[in-house]
Design a protein around this ligand. Structure first.
Ligand code: VYG
Length: 167
């Protein structure tokens, strides 16, 4: 089972504000959908709660939700009570590739287990209360798209996609 992390961040690693993402970049949604495809997604309960109802569960794949609350359940969610349990569940129901899709706490914990990071960088200054994990020296950018500069979202936000792998 291969574990990847995927997130979108603005300047200073902001990934969220008040339980949502303070931007709208349709090209990132398309990127997320294209990359994660039918693979299992693993997310924290707050990220699950942040999903718009039409995307809860994320369509067409196992949705594994990590929560410490042993009373919690939700239609369309496979409940796990630790990242390790989530990883095991993904191995049982997944197809070999699982994605941690948020939030900050899970990203920090999953970083040590992951072999790939897919980061959408937004050239955007925005206030936030939730931040991406620090990407250590052991991670190297293997692709940057576009190779130089930025693409421009139809909403006007410059963005680029970076893939990191372990050195
Ligand atoms: C896309 C947002 C996103 N971007 C990157 N690069 N990495 C992520 N970890 C990520 O957060 C996924 C979970 C939160 O997702 C959403 N939060 C608010 C509104 C919409 C969503 N999306 C819309 C697209 C939908 C589809 F199934 F179509 F992909 C999934 C839910």
């Amino acid at each position: 089972m291969s574990l990847a992390l995927i997130w979108a961040q603005a300047h200073d690693g902001v990934i969220g504000a008040d339980g949502d993402m303070p931007w709208h970049v349709p090209e990132d949604l398309a990127h997320f959908k294209a990359l994660t495809g039918p693979d299992a997604v693993i997310m924290g309960r707050r990220t699950w709660d942040s999903l718009p109802a039409r995307f809860r569960p994320l369509p067409g794949r196992p949705n594994i939700v990590v929560t410490r609350d042993h009373a919690w359940s939700a239609d369309g969610a496979i409940v796990a009570h630790s990242l390790e349990d989530a990883f095991e569940a993904a191995q049982l129901v997944g197809n070999g590739q699982a994605w941690v899709t948020g939030g900050a706490g899970l990203f920090t914990e999953a970083l040590a287990l992951a072999d790939r990071l897919e980061v959408t960088e937004l050239d955007l200054d925005v206030a936030g209360d939730t931040f991406a994990p620090t990407i250590g020296e052991e991670w190297v950018p293997v692709t940057i798209d576009p190779a130089h500069g930025w693409s421009e979202s139809r909403t006007g936000v410059p963005y680029r996609f970076i893939r990191y792998e372990r050195a």
